[in-house]
Design a protein around this ligand. Sequence first.
Ligand code: SF4
Length: 381
Amino acid sequence: MPVAVYLHLPYCRRLCPYCDFFKKVPRTGDLARIWGLILSELSALRERESSASDEEITSVYFGGGTPSLHSAEQLASLLNGVSKLGSVQGKEVTLEANPGTLGLAGLKELREAGITRLSLGAQSFSERKLQLLYRDHAADETRETVRNARAAGFTNLSMDLIFGLPGETTAEWRNDLEQALACEPEHVSLYNLEYHEQTPYGRWLEQGVLEPLEQDFEAELYLFTHELLERHGYEHYEVSNFARPGFRSVHNQVYWEGKPYIGVGPSAHSFDGVARRYANVADVHEYERRILAGESPVDREWQNGEREQWEEWISVRLRRKEGVMWSDCHTAWGGIKARELWDAATGLPRHLREVTDGVFRLTVEGWFVENEVLGRVYEKV
Ligand code: SF4
């Protein structure tokens, strides 16, 4: 089965207080060190899973952290390492990049290195929001990076935007969306700010330093985004993602379709496409020790039981515009389970779902309260 490859490059120039990814600020030599270690993991992977060389690669994704801190040469050699597992020719190769980390010359080198898609961490065009998020770039740097990326030949740009910050107004969010539209990205990923427990934002929320927006108002902003972006030719194809025709993210669809992927680098996760999941150790020093000792960096491994597989099968499909097809459900899980799911679906309030004999999908309002909806569905199936 084709497999997607994710590479986790964990270093960032500074740490954003809302972020719960595995990341660190580099000291001298750290970027080169992690690059060498990930290259070693890739070659060990090739030797350990010799069948992997026959794999077809669906896509490659450089995530992090801020992988755009690495040189084009380092990224090219990592891509070369991935190509030993299977051909990457003509495949989507995404690099997460922060505005202000790349100039025109660097962007040209990235094109030559084989990067086909940039995912730009713009987050906002409001200086107030950028400051509140402790981002180390200004809105002008986002516009400049987009201009340079186009000049360098990138024809597939994705932009990350965050909404739901304390004090945010409709006008401020509308301006963010309009500024983003003026950059004409092919793809937009939307994040509704979350206050993760282990982050400074989580603590500041608990201490009352930050006051979250009302959920109803956030829902309004979400619906407003859906309407505005759809009106401008973007398809709202997944709960948090919009694309111009032909520009859905190939890589992320692998996750949403429950297909296999291999994660490389500290904290990266992998999935065999059926039940087995495993995760690399989320500690750079331990990762280094294991790689240098020739040990596996896998720290945790687990199998989803049938119940978890069933719930996950439903949830990944409901995140997508296509929803759950009766025929797929019937084939994968049998008539009894399919009937239970359809009964649960019709029991949901009408404004949250669309149900026919062939399809069960969530409405945009349903997507906004997806976890709540899923909880109600799981109780019945
Ligand atoms: S730059 Fe991205 S990965 Fe790094 S801390 Fe900020 S949000 Fe997290």
